[in-house]
Design a protein around this ligand. Structure first.
Ligand SMILES: [Zn+2]
Length: 252
């Protein structure tokens, strides 16, 4: 007998199964199919495809990261009852992207939540490309999924040299998601600190600007930094290699 591997043995492909109490419910195979489809369209980059919460390292030299992983697991468990986003802050290589990808994969697979991953630099590049007449996609074509997906990962926030256009675009994205009550998970290398030219900063502080490492306030503007505080819980990820923190200052 040749039984096709495609047909679910539990529901014979109907998508419905009868429980012991004879109540008919959705078969698990449909959840699995939905999860697979969502995962395939979540735009998770190849190099992060293997990332799971279960294979995130937090032992030995990474023991500082145990609390970050715990917060990530708690987030998945409580979502969507608790839907405040996360702002993962830490130096390059500490595993922020791994954790962010692990969270959305778990939301997709275990809860069937539509999620999308975007690299901040890549997204801004795509939006800029849409202004080119030879490109068919409009700005809104690029932005619509970013606005509308239930959970968005915005990776490497602040990694593009700030200009007025960059600030306007970040504001549009964050404000739209904020106003629509959507959950955003953000990673950044920049410390969560005020901009050098923020109001109230002393002349001395401004003069120090060149000498100090850039902050999130410098890179996305103070207004958006405080917006993030309303949208996200902050998770600081400190790895074992503190030298990296200072290297990140020269990162584009
Ligand atoms: Zn089934």
């Amino acid at each position: 007998m040749n039984v096709s591997a495609e047909v679910c043995p539990v529901c014979s492909g109907t998508g419905w199964k009868a429980g012991a109490d004879r109540r008919v419910t959705r078969c698990d195979c449909r959840m699995k199919q939905k999860g697979e489809a969502l995962l395939a369209s979540a735009r998770i980059p190849k190099r992060y495809e293997h990332c799971e919460l279960s294979n995130f390292e937090f032992d030995g030299p990474h023991r500082n990261l145990a609390s970050a992983r715990m917060a990530a697991c708690k987030f998945v468990e409580e979502y969507p009852v608790e839907d405040t986003g996360l702002l993962l802050i830490g130096s390059i290589g500490v595993g922020k992207t791994h954790l962010a990808v692990g969270i959305i994969k778990e939301l997709i697979v275990s809860k069937g939540i539509p999620c999308l991953f975007y690299d901040y630099r890549e997204l801004l590049k795509q939006i800029q490309n849409s202004y080119n007449d030879s490109v068919m996609a409009t700005e809104l074509d690029v932005l619509r999924p970013v606005f509308e997906t239930e959970v968005l990962v915005l990776d490497e926030l602040g990694a593009v040299k700030p200009t007025e256009w960059v600030w306007d675009t970040v504001s549009l994205i964050l404000n739209t998601r904020y106003n629509d009550n959507r959950t955003t998970i953000i990673t950044t290398n920049y410390p969560d600190d005020v901009a050098a030219d923020a109001p109230g900063r002393s002349e001395f502080a401004r003069a120090q600007r060149a000498a100090r490492a850039e902050t999130l306030g410098d890179r996305i503007g103070e207004r958006m930094r405080s917006r993030l505080h309303e949208m996200c819980r902050i998770i600081k990820m400190e790895g074992s290699d503190f030298r990296q923190t200072f290297k990140s200052a020269s990162f584009r």
